[in-house]
Design a binder for this molecule. Structure first.
Ligand code: ATP
Ligand code: LTN
Length: 336
C-alpha cells in the first residue's frame, strides 16, 4: 500500500507474440484496478533473457508488448506502464532478496522444472532465481494485488514467503501481496494438446491463438483444435479440448456453460468451433486496430515508457532505500 492507495502490479515477458491466454488470464484483468488502485504494469525484459533471445526481436517485442497493454485498454494516464530494465532497482533488490530465499524453495518451482527440461542446454542461474526477480518486482511497489494466470500462483506464494521472512527480521518493510486469479480464463490450454497450457513460446503456431492473428487464421486454428470422438458440446471431465473451447467462448461472450450447452444442443463440434472462432475474432478486432495505430507511433511509445519509468523509479527508490537502511548498509551522504 502506498499511503492510503492500494497498489496493483503485474508483468508480461516480451518473449514472443502474446496469446489469448496472456490476454484472458492476465492483461484483460489489469484494467479492473485502474480506477481505484495505483497500477504498475511492466514489460519484464530482464525476465525474458533467462532463455536466449535474438536482440532485434527482444527490442521489437518490448515495444509491441507495451503497445498491446495500451490497445487492451490500459490508459497510460491512469496506469504506470514501463520497461523493467529501465528501473535498475528491480535487479538491485533481487540480489538482496536472493539472500533471503532458500535453494530448496527455488528447487520446487514448477516453472523452473518445466523450463529447464525444455532448455536443457541452458539451465542458467537466472532461470533458477527468476522468481526472486519477480518477488523484487512486486515488493518494490508495496503491492497489494497481483493479477496473474494460475501458472504464476506458485511464484506469488514464494514472494509472500520471502516478504514474510524479511518482515520477521525487519518488521514493517514490505506489504504482503495477494495473487488475483480470474475465475474464467485463468488457464487457457493449447489447441493442439489441451492438457498443456497455451504458451507464447510454443513452437507449434497452430496450438496457439495470438492476439494479433487475423480472423481467417483464428477461425482456421479453432477448426483444427483437438477435441474428442463425442459430438455433444458439454463441459465434462476428460473432454479437455471441448472444456477449453467452452472456457474461451465463455470469456469472449460472457455466456455461462449451461447457456453454451443449450445453444449448441443437437449441433456438432464444427458449428461450435466456428462460433468460438468468430467470437474470438470479433473481440480481438478493436484491440488489433488500436494496436496498429500505436505501433506506428514509436515516439509516443517511447514517451509512455519514459514517463512510466520515471514514476516507477520514484517509488522503487524509496522502497530500496528503506530496505538498505534496515539491512545496515551505509547510505552515501549524497543520497540522503
Ligand atoms: P512463455 O511461453 O514465454 O513462458 P507465457 O505465454 O507463459 O510465456 P508469460 O509472459 O509468462 O506468458 O505470462 C504473462 C501472464 O499471462 C502471466 O500472468 C501468466 O500467468 C498469464 N498466462 C500465460 N499463459 C496463460 C494461459 N495459457 N492462460 C491463462 N493465463 C496465462
Ligand atoms: N513471471 C511472470 C511475469 C512476471 C510477473 C512479475 C507477473 C514477472 N514479474 C511480477 C506478476 C508480477 C510470468 O508470467 N511468467
Amino acid at each position: 500500500m502506498l499511503g492510503e492507495t492500494k497498489v496493483s502490479f503485474s508483468g508480461v515477458q516480451p518473449s514472443g507474440n502474446l496469446t489469448i491466454g496472456n490476454y484472458l488470464g492476465a492483461i484483460r484483468n489489469f484494467s479492473l484496478y485502474s480506477e481505484a488502485y495505483k497500477c504498475f504494469y511492466c514489460v519484464v525484459d530482464s525476465h525474458a533473457i533467462t532463455v536466449r533471445q535474438v536482440p532485434a526481436e527482444l527490442r521489437r517485442r518490448t515495444y509491441e508488448t507495451l503497445a498491446l497493454y495500451i490497445a487492451c485498454g490500459l490508459d497510460p494516464q491512469k496506469n504506470t506502464l514501463y520497461v523493467q530494465s529501465h528501473v535498475h532497482e528491480h535487479t538491485e533488490l533481487a540480489w538482496i532478496l536472493n539472500c533471503f530465499t532458500m535453494f530448496g524453495e527455488l528447487s520446487r518451482m514448477t516453472q523452473f522444472k518445466d523450463k529447464s527440461t525444455k532448455h536443457a542446454d541452458n539451465i542458467n542461474a537466472g532461470l533458477f532465481t527468476y522468481p526472486v526477480l519477480m518477488a523484487s518486482d512486486i515488493l518494490l511497489y508495496q503491492t497489494d494485488v497481483v493479477p496473474i494466470g494460475i501458472d504464476q500462483k506458485q511464484h506469488v506464494e514464494l514472494c509472500r514467503n520471502i516478504a514474510d521472512r524479511f518482515n520477521q527480521i525487519y518488521p514493517g518493510t514490505f506489504t504482503m501481496p495477494e495473487p488475483i486469479i480470474a475465475k474464467d480464463g485463468k488457464k487457457i490450454m493449447s489447441l493442439a494438446e489441451p492438457t498443456k497450457k497455451m504458451s507464447k513460446s510454443d513452437e507449434n503456431a497452430n496450438a496457439v491463438v495470438y492476439i494479433l492473428d487475423d480472423k481467417d487464421t483464428i477461425i482456421r486454428k479453432f477448426k483444427r483444435a483437438v477435441t474428442d470422438s463425442d459430438t455433444c458440446v458439454r463441459f465434462a471431465e476428460g473432454k479437455d479440448g471441448i472444456n477449453n473451447l467452452m472456457s474461451i467462448y465463455s470469456c469472449f461472450t460472457q455466456k455461462t456453460y449451461e447457456e453454451i450447452e443449450r445453444e449448441f444442443e443437437g449441433r456438432g463440434y464444427g458449428d461450435f468451433k466456428l462460433a468460438v472462432g468468430e467470437a474470438c475474432a470479433a473481440a480481438l478486432e478493436p484491440i488489433q486496430k488500436e494496436y496498429a495505430k500505436l505501433l506506428a507511433d514509436k515516439a509516443y511509445l517511447e514517451q509512455v515508457m519514459a514517463k512510466g519509468a520515471e514514476e516507477a523509479s520514484y517509488v522503487a527508490r524509496r522502497t530500496l532505500g528503506k530496505v538498505k537502511k534496515k539491512l545496515g548498509f551505509v547510505i552515501p551522504s549524497s543520497h540522503t
